[in-house]
Design a protein around this ligand. Structure first.
Ligand code: UD2
Length: 297
């Protein structure tokens, strides 16, 4: 944002301040074809956004799954979230784990809390990842609907590096996957087998979304997770697993139920990915992990 202030001094009693705020970016798309904002550094006025959301005293639920060896990511994720994630807002972390004893003690700021939900693990990492949908569905129905204002689901093998605030809030939110930003839709790793409920034909598509971050109003997210869970159930009955598990189903959902706000790859970068010139800031990234060592199989 560029702010130009002109002061007219001719009349000592009249100091006219003209503020011209130029908000925008010309190097990247800042709206989708359906006119949903794509949030990038330089496209929002944080003061104004906070002046809208702060007085509403909103609560944002945040689901995190840490099963098996993935509990090792919790400390960094939670400590960095307390520094950068919706600072000054009420945040309720819902942490699903099979190992509650390994949840680190992290000092939370005022208005923020953490609930641990004991969860059964699985010996297949794919199952752990995709079963998040049904678990989030149950949580929304039992605890979030009509009780919290917004929610996010975040991958645990991640870390915040910079501000992530209320500019990210909307009815239905998806994040543009860092590895496929700017690729043609034909290159997207959508599920291409018609036998799967996540199937997307080559002549369709707009963005490829990361499964690591999605959110919105609980009633909107409920529709999303319910649909994905039902489609995952059908796939399971037909003995087919989509290429990228629930991420494939999420992409199918977003294709026909458009997010009302898209977060740019600033909100889901990857530690092993070279920083690109359009990335003015990295807010949240996937940390490097040794898949073979950390996954159950
Ligand atoms: C991608 C997606 C991820 C998910 C997955 C599906 C991004 C950046 N990541 O990541 O969201 O869609 O593909 O294949 O979009 N988990 C555990 N314990 C385990 C295994 C997984 O707790 O043993 C949880 C944990 O919260 C983790 C998430 O499941 O963050 C996704 O698993 P992953 O990070 O291993 O999947 P990955 O890196 O392939």
């Amino acid at each position: 944002m560029r702010t130009v202030t002109l002061r007219l001094r001719q009349n000592p009693y009249l100091s006219l301040t003209i503020i011209i705020s130029l908000v925008g970016r010309s190097d990247v798309d800042t709206t989708s074809q359906w006119l949903a904002p794509i949030v990038w550094e330089g496209t929002f006025d944080l003061k104004m956004i906070d002046s809208i959301y702060k007085p509403q005293n909103i609560t944002v639920a945040t689901t995190i799954f840490a099963l098996g060896k993935y509990t090792r990511f919790l400390k960094d994720l939670l400590e960095s979230a307390e520094k950068h994630f919706l600072v000054g807002y009420r945040v309720h972390y819902y942490l699903f784990t099979d190992l509650p004893d390994q949840v680190p003690l992290v000092k939370l700021s005022e208005g923020r809390k953490l609930s641990v939900i004991k969860t059964e693990s699985s010996n297949r990492w794919q199952e752990i990842s995709l079963r998040r949908m049904e678990r989030i569905e149950k949580l929304i129905e039992e605890k979030l609907l009509h009780k919290v204002d917004y929610m996010f689901s975040l991958d645990v093998d991640s870390k915040f590096y910079a501000h992530w605030g209320a500019e990210s809030l909307a009815d239905l939110v998806g994040v543009v996957h860092a590895w496929f930003f700017g690729s043609s839709t034909q290159q997207f790793p959508y599920e291409r087998r018609p036998e799967s409920q996540a199937y997307i034909p080559y002549d369709e598509g707009d963005y490829y979304y990361g499964g690591a971050v999605f959110g919105g109003r609980p009633e909107k997210v409920l529709k999303l997770v319910q649909t994905c869970r039902k489609n995952l159930d059908i796939d399971r009955a037909n003995q087919i697993e989509a290429l990228w598990q629930e991420e494939s189903h999420l992409n199918k959902y977003f294709l026909y139920n458009k997010p009302t706000k898209l977060l740019s790859p600033e909100y889901l970068w990857d530690d092993i990915k070279k920083r690109r010139s359009f990335m003015k800031v990295v807010r949240f990234t996937q940390v490097v992990k040794n898949y073979a060592e950390i996954r159950p199989n």
